[in-house]
Design a protein around this ligand. Sequence first.
Ligand code: SF4
Ligand code: F3S
Length: 106
Amino acid sequence: MTHLVTENCIKCKYTDCVNVCPVDCFYEGPNFLVINPDECIDCGVCIPECPVNAIVEDDSCNEKDFYYELNHRLSQKWPNIVKSKDPLPEAENYKNVTDKLKLLEE
Ligand code: SF4
Ligand code: F3S
């Protein structure tokens, strides 16, 4: 089991999740963060930190296989992020937008 970042994060990237992770398993791309499922210890403390509810436990995820592959693949490619920073400038405009996968920059 693992936790996964889903599309609500795209174009927001609040990064509050990063500060609480005990194993520093978040990885940062241009407009999205992912979790490395091999490193996540499933503690769940990041879930309430995300203002847009982007983080889910994998068994609660409707598209578990898709998001597992996405988080795993991008965590191999993107740099580790261990400290929160300012959200993206457009975060407030995108926090209630749905169907954001097409906006993901890899
Ligand atoms: Fe980190 Fe725990 Fe969230 Fe996994 S569930 S990403 S270990 S804070
Ligand atoms: Fe993204 Fe939420 Fe973390 S918007 S960067 S998953 S706090």
